[in-house]
Design a protein around this ligand. Sequence first.
Ligand code: GLA
Length: 422
Amino acid sequence: MSGTAGPVPAERCFGDWFGGRPAQVWLAPGRANLIGEHTDYNQGWVLPFALDLGVTVAVGRRGDGRLAVRSRQAPGAPADLPLTALAPGAVTGWAAYPAGVAWALREAGHRLAGGASLAVDSDLPQGAGLSSSAALECAAALALDGLHGLGLPRQELATLAQRAENDFVGVPSGIMDQSASLLSRAGHALLLDCRTGVTADIPLDPAAAGLALLIIDTGARHALGDGRYAQRRRECEQAAARLGVASLRDVISPDGLGRLADPVLRRRARHVVTENARVQQAVALLTGGDLAGVGALLYASHASLAGDFEVSWPEADVAVDAAMAAGALGARMMGGGFGGSVLALVPAGQPAVGAAIRAAFARRGWPAPVFFPAVPSAGASRLRRPDAAGAGTDADGAGADADGTEADADGAGADGNGAGGG
Ligand code: GLA
């Protein structure tokens, strides 16, 4: 990520597509999840971190009350409609995510007077389980919030972005991805209690431990909207109802799960209950400076996601097994499942794990996987550029990094350096 003084691609695109210069530019990262999978919508705990890849949105005000959204990665006509016409179903495809955010803001009573134009750029691969859609929602939410001077707290923006995804796009996802994108701190994972909303920054510095976190995009593609994610969510709700608790978060030990007569519900619940415990154990290890010790938890998480929750996929299982056989300390599938990426904890500077996974894929005739270093990075920030001084208007500072995450704003990625292949 270079700290060039010139405009980032989203700014240039804004000029080409809408004319003039954007008022503000925002970057929202994708995320990896160290541990805590399928626990967010069960009101449990998650431990994700932001990546140094993300979505940039350059935003400018309009006067005609319309929302126009165009992406560098989706050539073709922009989505362009009056704000008053925003309703679930009115916009489809990738543009439904930013349009859904505008809709959710208006539903919550916020005025977006005059409308907005959004130019979108991304270096996150799509469908790789790295939350490119949440990053898009969050960048759009910050851009609209900043442009219109709403000053909404980031957790509220996360909730509105989730509402956009749930009720406008129609995917029943939890709050993890938006929270990771908006609230993460560099060098840390974000511990989030999904019931209370309480967060804590947990130190996560693999390099300092002589280790590295490696993302392996298995190439298998998932779609959270295909019904299987929603089915898992329903199964968890059924299990909680039969156990007489508000959510599976309230079950502390797997011992009582024998009361669930249905073996499928019992397995689903066992994953959630044991995964919540693994998050707590990981936090204790990290707080004590023992990242290596987290490896065994990652592997146990994968076994639980594959066996009890049944959301793994063949490429993930092969990648995890090959990684472990080649000396990884731990590895697991990441995200909703059925496609996307694996996360491995490996000794730094040793190519053996990557080579073993590549060879295992080649033996099966599968396309080569793609590897990224997963560097725990800062959450979303506004890009302030020397040559854009004064472009930030009324909303200057609104939601902009009271916690100081903006330190690296000038070089905060978004220069489309191709690292993400997106
Ligand atoms: C997807 C969803 C998240 C979460 C994960 C599984 O990434 O968007 O809310 O449920 O799956 O942990």
